[in-house]
Design a protein around this ligand. Structure first.
Ligand code: NDP
Length: 477
């Protein structure tokens, strides 16, 4: 039995391991992955702290070369890594390979950003003095990631952290250690000095908590649930450290009377059900104006008949399994809650049996929902969506914004007036016109408002705001 070990201070270590299970077939063990202890997490933090002075002063060409090499290897192995991703997380092979390519693009982008970090030079308000504003690395960055994007989210946190000269302690979600181990192995072989990047796989309550409790972690970037995000926030305030949170969403997708029906249905199906609805940018509130409501619901029903739920690795599968039993139970509970609240389960929502034991759920669409129901207010994180009928655009916008979350917000319309107004007035970090609420570029900022996010944006050149600190230097003469 090969154990995929943790990387601490440049050494692969760890003998206690757990099985990584395929949600499409629970008899299939993807591999054995070491479980770090709290002491391992502390050792990783010590190693990252020791490696920081040299790495923070390393040449930008060295960082550029390592990130480029990593991007190239991920791309060259996209089919193998995409398969590993689909096998451990359950998104379809096409989605798994697509996410792997995106991870390569992110490393490539930040390889370039390592060369482009710039500052400002200004005259002082006092004579014969110059002012320079520069950005410096923060120090040891703790990275805590969720299971739903096992390669892209680690990539978009690790790449900028390293590009800007920080050292890293990385804790992936326990459910998906495979992709995390693979990219750390690639980065390690690409030439990172010892201790610059440390991998500690294991339980959030143990390994993650040890990171939160350490005064030697200078910044923490987190993606996951609101509950854990708040824990990260309070522990970080305690230590006066920088932190960045990407949490849930309850993203609205508005469909107006004048929408192109095909575009609206395709975008809604994608937003609500692709990646099994397990995206923070998924839409689970479809807000539809009266004139198109019945046609839209009928077309959704027709489209949903052709969605194949099955083994993530099979070529004809559109929607893979739910990630695990706990998440499946949560999805099924919300379907029951929706019915109890008086929404009508119009299509789907049944557990499905396939050739192999897995967590299969038919996508569910509720109609006659209101925005007050729990299925419209709480993040379900599964293939479950609700149609909310509204009179007109004004009511649609008000309901779209009536949520504690604010990550992504979409609209299907042929009206320039409504599209323009929606872009200005949607209370969300990202707005989509005639596009699904999920599916974003890798070179521009990603993040939300309200309960969805906290701190500077991730991705694109805006990432430097989190992974650097600003210094202002004055020189006389
Ligand atoms: P969590 O917030 O528990 O997990 C996210 C990460 O935080 C994981 O790596 C987890 O570790 C870690 N973690 C857990 N507890 C602690 C802690 N005390 N200290 C530090 N780190 C910790 O989310 P779940 O994976 O349990 O998912 C639950 C719900 O969260 C989902 O149903 C969904 O609603 C939402 N979610 C939202 C995501 C988003 O992108 N917005 C992504 C994932 C989930 P480990 O898992 O190894 O225990």
């Amino acid at each position: 039995m090969t154990i995929h070990q943790n990387l601490i201070a440049g050494e692969w270590v760890g003998s206690d391991a757990i099985n990584n299970i395929n949600p499409s077939n629970t008899n299939d063990v993807v591999g054995d992955y070491a479980q770090a202890s709290a002491e391992d997490a502390m050792a990783a933090i010590v190693a990252a702290k020791a490696a920081f002075p040299a790495w923070s002063r390393s040449g930008i060409l060295e960082r550029h070369a390592i990130l480029r090499k990593t991007a190239d290897e991920i791309l060259a192995r996209k089919d193998e890594l995409g398969r590993l991703l689909s096998r451990e997380e359950g998104k379809t092979l096409a989605e798994g390979i697509g996410e792997t390519v995106r991870a390569s693009q992110i490393f490539d982008f930040f390889a370039g950003e390592a060369l482009r970090l710039s500052g400002e030079t200004l005259p002082s308000v006092r004579p014969n003095i110059g002012v320079e504003i520069s950005r410096e690395p923060v120090g040891v960055v703790g990275i805590i990631t969720p299971w739903n994007f096992p390669i892209a989210i680690p990539a978009w946190k690790i790449a900028p952290a390293l590009a800007y000269g920080n050292t890293v302690v990385f804790k992936p979600a326990e459910l998906v250690p495979g992709c995390a181990h693979a990219i750390v192995d690639i980065l390690h072989r690409a030439g990172l000095p010892k201790g610059v990047l440390n991998l500690v796989m294991g339980k959030g309550s143990v390994v993650g908590q040890a990171m939160l409790d350490s005064p030697d972690v200078d910044a923490i970037t987190f993606t996951g649930s609101t509950v854990t995000g708040k824990r990260v926030a309070s522990a970080s305030i305690e230590h006066n450290r920088k932190f960045q949170l990407e949490m849930g969403g309850k993203n609205p997708f508005v469909i107006l009377d004048d929408a192109d029906l095909d575009i609206a249905v395709e975008a809604a199906v994608n937003s609500a059900f692709f990646s099994t609805g397990q995206r923070c940018t998924a839409s689970s509130r479809l807000i539809v104006t009266e004139g198109i409501h019945d046609r839209f619901v009928a077309a959704m029903g027709e489209r949903m008949k052709h969605l194949v739920v099955g083994d993530a690795l099979k070529a004809d599968t559109h929607i893979g399994p739910v990630v695990d039993q706990k998440q499946l139970d949560q999805d099924v509970d919300y379907i029951a809650i929706g019915k109890r609240e008086g929404a009508r389960l119009a299509f789907g929502g049944d557990l499905a049996r396939r050739d192999t034991p897995g967590f299969y759920l038919q996508p569910a669409l509720f109609t006659e929902a209101t925005n007050r129901m729990r299925i419209s207010r709480e993040e379900i994180f599964g293939p479950v969506a609700a149609v909310i009928r509204v009179r007109d655009y004004d009511e649609a916008l008000a309901i779209a914004n009536d949520t504690p979350f604010g990550l992504s917000s979409g609209i299907a319309t042929a009206s320039l007036k409504h599209a323009t107004h929606f872009k200005r007035h949607a209370e969300a970090g990202m707005v989509m016109v005639n596009l699904p609420t999920a599916g974003v570029d890798f070179h521009v900022p990603f993040g939300g408002r309200k309960q969805s996010s906290y701190g500077p944006r991730e991705q694109g050149k805006y990432a430097s705001e989190f992974y650097t600190v600003v210094k202002t230097a004055y020189t006389f003469g």
